[in-house]
Ligand binder design. Structure first.
Ligand code: HEM
Length: 439
């Protein structure tokens, strides 16, 4: 095992930590195979003490991570309760919303690019891809899935972004990062609990209603637990997907031959391409576990109680698992990346939703804006999210066209003269790879 215990270098100043703690350091798991091993052995490597590299108190971990910071059988019950809310009807609804939202978001973004104005930065013909495009779809997907009321949506968006950016001075605006972070979490938690109370009295078609009604082995979620679920889902699904989309657009600009390959058969190739974008971007840098017993994985002695950090980004660049790991290769198969985790009981619950969003967003951006020019990214200061805060882009050509759906066959998109098309998306499948009829 390629673990190495981190030791602060002699003479260096102590690292700032948000809470008092007695942790002495952590083991860094950096190889693809070892990340899989630790992820798949939750009885040896526990999540119940929290999954954050920061030494957070357990109450904070529970507030922010809900069942991500639990072990089976508790975690299994909660995960099943939430999964039960993802009924085929919900999945069809979410898929349709993702398709419609992606088209509308890219429409607006293309219009902003065409007018060379994103209104608040004063720069003439550059528009920020992150705020103008990549952030909008995951945020809307989360709002609509959960049923967040319109008047709360801006506040939810700000809180979610701020949670991931709390260590970046641009987001915390000089406020103490810890109290700033806790303020955002408390807001989202309170909103989730309030929505749960409302949906128990007045059920609707959203996921919160599904979650409060779901029952496994006679158990239901309390209002407080729905609050924690809202924090987990709105944070887990947002920055991760936004960052993958942003890194993908930058990677395609840096690798024009890969873009040509993808565009030669978008529908046939986007499936493998999305997995490669997740590997290449690795938006989640790490999560941690705690060893429950003395163990010797890969010949390293790890003592019970020690912290083990799974560096997914490193596992996704492991030359033992990937040929030319530093290269973007959209046809990479097999692609044993650990971007959604290394398998096991905590493997990302939203991977299908994320892939559906990335497919639809990239479909519209790449067809509508074929010559997008990408400027210098501004990176997020974080050891948790591999983030781009801003990515200035220019259209490269005037954008005045759009595709429209055929009424009799909504799977078919027609394109105005001069564009690529008409084009048939076939076969149509939903987020779980099953046949899907658009509503
Ligand atoms: C490209 C986008 C995404 C990436 C890279 C990503 C990555 C991850 C990772 C690394 C984990 C931890 C896995 C582990 O500990 O083994 C995770 C867990 C999770 N993700 Fe995602 N995620 C993404 C999108 C989403 C979306 C869109 C949703 C919700 C709709 C979501 C919901 C969750 C949940 C609920 C968990 C906790 C699962 C559990 O503890 O049982 N994720 N994700």
């Amino acid at each position: 095992m390629s673990c190495a215990k981190n030791v602060p270098s002699r003479g260096s100043a102590p690292i700032d930590v948000p809470f008092p703690h007695s942790e002495s350091g952590f083991w860094a798991v950096t190889r693809n195979e070892d990340i899989r091993y630790v992820s798949r052995n939750s009885e040896i490597f526990s999540s119940a003490n929290g999954v954050s590299l920061e030494p957070f108190p357990l109450e904070v971990a529970t507030l922010t991570s809900f069942f991500l910071a639990m072990d089976p059988p508790r975690q299994t019950t909660f995960r099943r309760l939430v999964s039960a809310a993802f009924t085929p009807r919900q999945i069809t609804r979410i898929q349709s919303q993702i398709e419609a939202n992606a088209e509308e978001i890219v429409d607006r973004f293309a219009a902003a690019l065409a007018s060379g104005d994103d209104t608040d930065d004063g720069v003439d013909d550059e528009v920020d891809f992150v705020s103008g495009c990549a952030a909008a779809l995951p945020m809307r997907t989360a709002w609509e899935m959960l049923g967040v009321p319109p008047h709360e949506r801006d506040r939810v968006a700000r809180a979610t972004e701020a949670i991931f950016g709390s260590s970046d001075p641009e987001y915390n605006q000089g406020q103490d990062p810890t109290s700033f972070f806790l303020e955002q979490v408390a807001y989202l938690h309170g909103l989730g609990a309030e929505l749960a109370r409302q949906r128990r009295c007045e059920p609707t078609a959203d996921l919160i209603t599904g979650v409060v009604q779901a029952e496994i082995d006679g158990q239901r979620l309390s209002d407080e637990q729905v609050g924690a679920f809202l924090v987990l889902l709105s944070t887990a699904g947002h920055d991760t997907t936004k960052q993958t989309a942003t890194h993908a657009i930058k990677a395609l600009a840096d690798h024009p031959e890969q873009k040509r390959w993808l565009m030669a058969d978008f529908d046939g190739r986007i499936g493998t391409a999305v997995d490669e974008f997740v590997r290449y971007a690795s938006p989640v840098i790490q999560f941690t576990r705690t060893a429950m017993v003395d163990t010797v994985p890969g010949g390293r002695q790890i003592a019970a109680g020690e912290k083990v950090a799974l560096f997914y980004r490193s596992g996704n660049r492991d030359e033992r698992a990937f040929v030319e790991p530093a290269e973007l290769r959209l046809d990479r198969t097999p692609n044993p990346h650990v971007g959604f985790g290394g398998g096991g009981v905590h493997h990302c619950l939203g991977a299908h939703v994320a892939k559906a969003q990335l497919t639809e967003l990239l479909r519209h951006v790449l067809h509508r804006l074929p010559r997008l020019r990408v400027g210098e990214p501004a990176y997020l200061q974080s050891h948790f999210i591999n983030g781009i805060k801003r990515l200035p882009v220019r259209a490269g050509v005037a954008v005045t066209w759009r595709g429209t759906r055929c009424r009799n066959d909504p799977g078919r998109l027609f394109w105005r003269p001069g564009m690529r098309g008409p084009r048939v998306r076939s076969p149509r499948t939903n987020m779980l790879g099953k046949a899907f009829s658009p509503t």
